[in-house]
Design a binder for this molecule. Structure first.
Ligand SMILES: [Cu+2]
Length: 424
């Protein structure tokens, strides 16, 4: 290609490149972008970013224009004069030192102001949420509300959520991009972060991530944050603070009794009639499944080679799962269920209201029977490095490098799944 043709093609190439960049701007949805203004934290960050971009653009344009102008105007021409040799120019040197210094001040002042603003102690009356990092899941505790949960965190709109961040093992980093900046979870030190979802924000779900490399399943250590209305949060919190809602005794009685509708408490005949104890109490609030945006719904496929017959799930018995599977199968060794005697271990996620979550395995799979069954059967196969060991009888544990000789068979797993799905 001759020089001339290249020169002619340049405008077209520039136009194509500009259009390509503009087409990226045209996409409206950036579900994991931090450039939002839906919390006070991100509004501060975004204002700062725009200011830096403004000054950065001016510097770029001025410098590039001066450069191009100089190159063209003072280029070497055939027969042109020899360049003038000079030794320093005090005025010019002071100017090109002073202008960048001034620009740096214009950048530094708002930057430092934003750092102080976002690092200040949380306002009084904030909702305290303790975040504890684990390989590879998140524990969330609301110490003032008596709630312990995992991987999914609820915050009320218009109120400040104050996070206290620590880790049980290695370093992790907590980041919900749409809500605020990321902050590390460090051993033997508590870090703090807070943000306030805007009061006019609708009930919405957001993604969160671990952003500090922490081992095999670092990429599978995800968070869901649900920003909900104040009354929804209160209903959620009240329910989450209760002990487990599935009552194996009531369920067993209901199964044995003839199919009559459960009668509510009434005293129409003068004497109090005891209400039948419900097997499951589902009075709480849960972010509605139909409102979940696509980007928070896990799409992880089941790994090849992990077989489970989903038809078995229909025969799962929650009572049997509670009394035999959960207690005998080893679950109780690592998982707490509030209200179940002996189920107090804090090694794994608290399962008290596990079925009120939309995901399992730290946001990796959906909360449903097929995912739970495979997870129980062989968690390390489902999630590389998982510290939950293989429960399925005859399954090979890729972490322990042994075959599970005891454990649960597929029918027993179906029972445990039925039990877990009853823990609304
Ligand atoms: Cu990590």
């Amino acid at each position: 290609m001759s020089k001339l043709r290249l020169r002619q093609a340049m405008p077209a190439l520039f136009t194509a490149a500009a259009l390509l960049m503009l087409s990226a701007c045209g996409q409206t949805e950036y579900p994991n972008s931090t450039f939002t203004r839906i919390t006070d934290f991100n509004t501060a960050i975004d204002s700062l970013w725009e200011r830096l971009l403004f000054w950065g653009t001016i510097v770029f344009v001025v410098v590039e224009a001066a450069l191009i102008f100089t190159i063209i105007k003072y280029r070497k021409r055939p027969g042109g004069p020899e360049a003038k040799q000079i030794h320093g120019n005090a005025v010019l040197e002071i100017t090109w030192t002073a202008i960048p210094a001034l620009i740096l001040v214009l950048i530094a002042v708002p930057t430092v102001k934003t750092i102080f603003q976002t690092q200040a102690p949380a306002p009084a009356g904030s909702i305290r949420i303790q975040v504890i990092g684990h390989q590879w899941w998140w524990e969330f505790r609301y110490p003032d509300l008596g709630i312990v949960t995992a991987n999914e965190v609820y915050v009320p709109i218009g109120k400040t959520a104050s996070f206290e961040l620590t880790t049980k093992d290695v370093l992790h980093s907590f980041w919900i991009p749409q809500m605020g900046g990321k902050r590390d979870l460090i051993t033997n030190k508590t870090n703090y972060m807070w943000f306030t979802p805007n009061a006019d924000l609708g009930t919405q779900a957001y993604n969160g991530f671990c952003t500090e490399y922490c081992g095999a399943s670092h990429a599978n250590m995800r968070i869901r944050l649900f920003a909900v209305q104040q009354d929804e949060f209160e209903r959620w919190a009240k329910h989450q603070a209760k002990p487990a809602v599935f009552n194996p005794k009531a369920a067993a009685m209901a199964a044995a009794a003839p199919a009559t509708p459960v009668r509510a408490a009434s005293n129409t005949q003068g004497g109090a009639v005891a209400a039948a104890e419900p097997a499951v109490d589902t009075s709480g609030y849960m972010f509605p499944a139909e409102k979940l945006p696509a980007h928070v719904i896990p799409q992880t496929p089941f790994p090849a080679g992990l077989e489970y017959d989903d038809a078995l799930l229909a025969g799962g018995d929650a009572t049997r799962g509670a009394t035999q599977g959960f207690l005998v199968g080893g679950c109780i060794g690592c998982h707490a269920i509030d209200g179940v005697p002996g189920a107090i271990s804090q090694t794994g996620p608290n399962l008290t209201h596990v079925a009120s979550r939309h995901t399992i395995a730290s946001g990796l799979y959906r909360m449903d029977g097929p995912s739970l069954a495979r997870w129980i059967k062989n968690a390390p196969h489902m999630k590389p490095g998982s510290l939950m060991w293989t429960i399925g009888r005859g399954e090979y544990d890729p972490v322990l490098k042994t075959t599970q000789k005891a454990g649960l068979d597929d029918r027993q797993i179906a029972d445990v799944v039925a039990y877990l799905l009853a823990l609304k």
